[in-house]
Structure formats: C-alpha cells, structure tokens
Design a protein around this ligand. Structure first.
Ligand code: FES
Length: 162
C-alpha cells in the first residue's frame, strides 16, 4: 500500500480542521464547566465579620449593614443586608435577623420603650428577642456569634428560636 504524498491542499484542510477543533474546544470547555461544575458555596459554615465590640453599648441595639455573599444556583450573589447586634451585660453579643418572625417585615428599635417594634402588624419584642405582643409566632431569629480581636462575626444562617 502506497502512502499519498502530502499536498499543500491536504495541509490546509488539516490546518483548518485543527483550527475548527480548537475554536469548538474554546467555546465548549468553559460552557461545560459552567453547566457541570457548581461554584462552591462560600457562605456555608463561614463567619462574616459585621463590626467591632467597641461600637456597641449595653442595652443599645445597633443595626449594622454588611455584605452577604452566597451562591444561587450557578450564580455568586453579593447582597447588602443588616443584622441587629445587642451587647449584653456580660459583654457577650446577640445578633438578630432583621426580619420580623411574623411576615418578615423589617422591625426597628424604639429606645423610649426599650423594645423592638414591627410596624407592619404591631409585633413587639424584648431586647432579648422574646415576643411581647402582636402576631409574631416566635422570638426573633438569631445568628451564631463569635468575638475575635474585638471584632464581632456572625454565622451565615439565622437560627429559629423556640
Ligand atoms: S411582619 Fe412583623 S408584625 Fe407582621
């Protein structure tokens, strides 16, 4: 069996086929990675630093804004959100989810009453999150907290109380 001599035309056909294969791979590999490899959820199990202990005074809850990062399907999302921080008499910190446990309206602190008040349907909570009135079915949801080097960090997921 004789081998065909390499022609210029054969060389161009092979080069064009290789170029086509390279272009197809350049498109297909990132697309396959996007569809098949889910981004790692960086928020699970991570602590989020939200402020310093020095900025808090006992009995004076502070609403602190921070950025939360999480994965929604294949999309990494960064959203601005907030947490209520309460410095307790023993210097520990309690962190409350800012959503009312009735229908998730944002509540606020009324210093004259020393209560958290939700304006939507008049739920009222004590400084330790207990329900004092209104339709809220349970105390305010909390985040785990830790203090390191004077900085307050919260867990990534709010925990239902009661
Ligand atoms: S959402 Fe807060 S009382 Fe209804």
């Amino acid at each position: 069996m004789s081998q065909e001599p390499q022609t210029r035309r054969g060389f161009y056909v092979a080069a064009i086929n290789m170029l086509g294969a390279a272009i197809a791979a350049a498109v297909a590999i990132p697309a396959a990675a996007y569809l098949l490899i889910r981004p790692k959820n960086t928020s699970d199990g991570n602590w989020i630093e939200v402020g310093s202990v020095d900025q808090l005074r006992p009995g004076k809850p502070e609403q602190v804004l921070y950025e939360r990062k999480y994965v929604d399907g294949w999309k990494k999302v960064t959203e601005k959100t907030s947490v209520w921080l309460v410095k307790n008499a023993d210097q520990s910190i309690t962190a409350f989810n800012p959503a009312c446990t009735h229908l998730a309206c944002p509540y606020h602190w009324v210093d004259e009453r020393k209560q958290f008040v939700c304006p939507c349907h008049d739920s009222v909570f004590s400084i330790d999150g207990k329900v004092l009135g209104g339709p809220a079915p349970r105390p305010l949801d909390r985040y785990l907290t830790k203090i390191e080097d004077g900085k307050v960090s919260i867990g990534s997921q709010a925990i239902e109380q009661g």
